[in-house]
Design a protein around this ligand. Structure first.
Ligand code: ADP
Ligand code: MG
Length: 609
């Protein structure tokens, strides 16, 4: 009755709850996925397994022959069998060691192959994600999944899993040998097993949860570090090094606090393992001794048995202590596969790619909110047309949604209502690659790669020739200053373009956009850092050389807007007014106000100077 009571009282708490079961299923699923990636290497794993079996068998030699020898010594017979036994024992042990070496080698090479291929897969899959994904995910988290998590996973898989397999085989062979010696004693040992099984299972669960938290806090620290390094100049100019260090330290403190608990949990689980196996050993010796005095087993058999059991329990202990780490790897692999298998939230790619594109763009009644802030409509029923051979200008206060319109044209996001037509066909029909080839956007803060100016400009067009590059640079009014750089076109543009000035960076970016000879060119405040003269030169070449292009200018300067054939004034995500310069001036509203402000600031500037 008492045991029934105990059963009812404790067993339900031991059974996993539904939530726990769910995460277990998730763990199982990611283990299955992992095994899926290992499938192509089945042949190699079979070879590894073969060597594992042989080497484990070889390990049986020492306990087996030690027991035999004990009996021979006690019975004082068969001296020549003695030498024979030593030879066999030595040979088997050497064979076992050689097999272990071969198995380790093949296994680790295979695993590092799998590791790099999974890393490649994560990278590839991340690059295919929708832009909304990048708005939400932090760079630090993405990078830590590619580096830390794949390392955790593959380290465990390459070191621990091969050992796991190896110890597992050993456990089976050792227990088989023990059964052959004494069934009673083996069953006695087996009954003791659950004790050294259950306790680590529970501490392991706790440890796994902790390790996920540690990974997360590491990713956060990564984020802080990367953000700081990439904005080093801002940090320095605000003399905020100490503040940033403090911020990073705080992250590290959090990680450290978690690490302490993790270390304690790990130590506790190892300790419980060794305590329970110690208890088991003492009991076996006691019971085995009684069996020998009752002459159920010979002294030699008991010696063999104890030696087997020593190996057996240490193998079980190792298996148990590796288990949490395998779980850690499974936890890491879950995070990796979440990215590998994430389907980008983008509509399917179209297939339309006509030979000739006129470049007529029609935004129709677009309403749009960013995925990150779905409740705020950034654009409200916006309609406008961009005509081929015309320069259209988009003006309006900052935050009114100008850049957002460009992002929609680039198909980074989808409008919730309305649509965009390109040459009268929905933008969604077009092939993605084709679209980005035909539409060139120079953004507000163009990003240059840490490569030479040459490579940066040629980034705009695959296999571009030097002639095409020079032509594009001339159009962007950049050829002259590039030639005057220390190494000309081979000058390093520096990390994020730090080695060239803002205006130079913009001109390189314009050249990069022009080299692909786009049908539609968007300059999103792309000349903001240029002096008036350079800006004027850029615009006049646009007028001359891109006669059939559709050009969209987003600018804050009157000098740019005056170049436009058609002007759209955007305010709070709505088209407030549109028309040409004279028409809008005549309306005497938003645009007229904008022009007035510009004129007063210009005249103030001239007065100042
Ligand atoms: P503009 O280019 O006219 O200065 P934007 O189109 O960049 O304005 O931004 C319009 C509004 O959308 C702003 O209020 C801005 O805060 C918001 N916004 C811009 N980018 C994002 C984004 N990636 N996620 C969420 N909101 C954004
Ligand atoms: Mg903008």
């Amino acid at each position: 009755a008492l045991s029934l009571l105990l059963w009812k009282r404790y067993v339900p708490t031991l059974l996993p709850s539904t939530e726990k079961r769910k995460t277990e299923q998730k763990g199982k699923a990611s283990l299955q996925r992992l095994l899926g990636y290992m499938k192509p290497f089945t042949g190699r794993f079979a070879v590894v397994f073969f060597f594992v079996v042989i080497s484990s068998l070889g390990e049986m030699a020492i306990p087996h022959y030690t027991g035999k020898m004990t009996d021979w010594i006690m019975n004082e017979d068969e001296p020549e069998a003695f030498n024979h036994a030593i030879t066999v024992m030595t040979l088997m042990t050497i064979m076992s060691a050689v097999c272990e070496f071969v198995c380790d080698l093949i296994y680790n090479v295979t695993m590092s192959r799998i590791h790099t291929s999974i890393q490649g897969l994560v990278f590839q899959s991340v690059l295919k994600q929708d832009i909304g994904f990048f708005d939400k995910a932090s760079t630090g988290d993405i990078v830590s999944r590619i580096t830390t998590d794949t390392n955790t996973m593959s380290e465990t898989l390459s070191e621990k899993l091969s050992l796991l397999m190896w110890y597992f085989m050993r456990v089976i062979f050792l227990f088989g040998s023990m059964m052959l010696l004494s069934v009673k004693l083996s069953i006695f040992t087996a009954l003791g097993l659950p004790v050294i099984w259950i306790i680590p299972e529970f501490s392991g669960k706790f440890y796994q949860k902790l390790s996920v938290k540690v990974q997360e806090s590491l990713a956060k620290a990564n984020d802080v570090a990367m953000e700081t390094f990439s904005s080093m100049k801002t940090v320095r100019s605000f003399a905020n090094e100490d503040g940033e260090t403090e911020r990073y330290r705080k992250c590290l403190d959090d990680t450290y606090a978690l690490n302490k608990v993790e270390a304690a949990a790990y130590a506790a689980s190892t300790w419980t393992n060794s305590m329970s196996s110690l208890a088991l050993k003492v009991s076996i010796l006691y019971y085995g001794g009684r069996l020998v005095t009752g002459s159920d087993v010979s002294s030699g058999d008991l010696v063999s048995f104890v030696l087997y059991e020593l190996q057996f329990s240490s193998a079980v202990e190792v298996l148990m202590s590796y288990w949490p780490q395998v779980k850690k790897a499974v936890g890491a692999s879950e995070k990796i596969f979440e990215y590998v298998e994430r389907k980008p939230d983008t509509p399917p790619d179209g297939s339309y790619a006509p030979q000739a594109l006129k470049g007529h763009v029609h935004f129709k009644n677009m309403t749009f909110a960013y995925p990150k802030r779905p409740d705020t409509n950034v654009l409200k029923d916006v309609s406008l047309e961009l005509k081929p051979g015309q320069i259209s200008a988009l003006v309006g206060p900052s935050g009114s949604g100008k850049t957002t319109i460009v992002s929609l044209l680039e198909r980074f996001y989808q409008p919730q209502k309305g649509e965009i037509l390109l040459d009268e066909k929905p933008l969604l029909c077009y092939k993605d690659e084709y679209l980005h080839e035909k539409i060139s956007v120079v953004s507000q803060e163009p990003v240059l790669f840490a490569r030479s100016v040459r490579e940066n400009i040629k980034y705009g067009k695959e296999n571009a020739t030097d002639e095409e590059m020079y032509a594009a640079a001339k159009l962007a009014n950049a050829d002259e200053f590039i030639s005057n750089l220390p190494k000309g076109y081979d000058t390093d543009a520096g990390e994020k373009g730090g080695q060239v000035s803002g205006g130079q960076k913009q001109r390189i970016a314009i050249a990069r956009a022009l080299i692909r000879q786009p049908q539609i060119l968007v300059l999103d405040d792309a000349t903001s850092s240029l002096d008036t003269e350079s800006e004027h030169k850029v615009y006049s070449t646009l007028r001359k050389d891109l006669k059939n292009c559709t050009v969209l200018l987003i600018t804050h300067r009157l000098s740019g807007v005056e170049n436009a054939d058609h002007i759209v004034f955007l305010k709070d995500g709505k088209v407030a007014e549109q028309g040409n310069h004279e028409q809008l001036l005549a309306r005497n509203e938003f645009y007229a106000e904008f022009v007035k402000q510009q004129n007063t600031s210009i005249s103030r500037n001239t007065e100042d100077s």
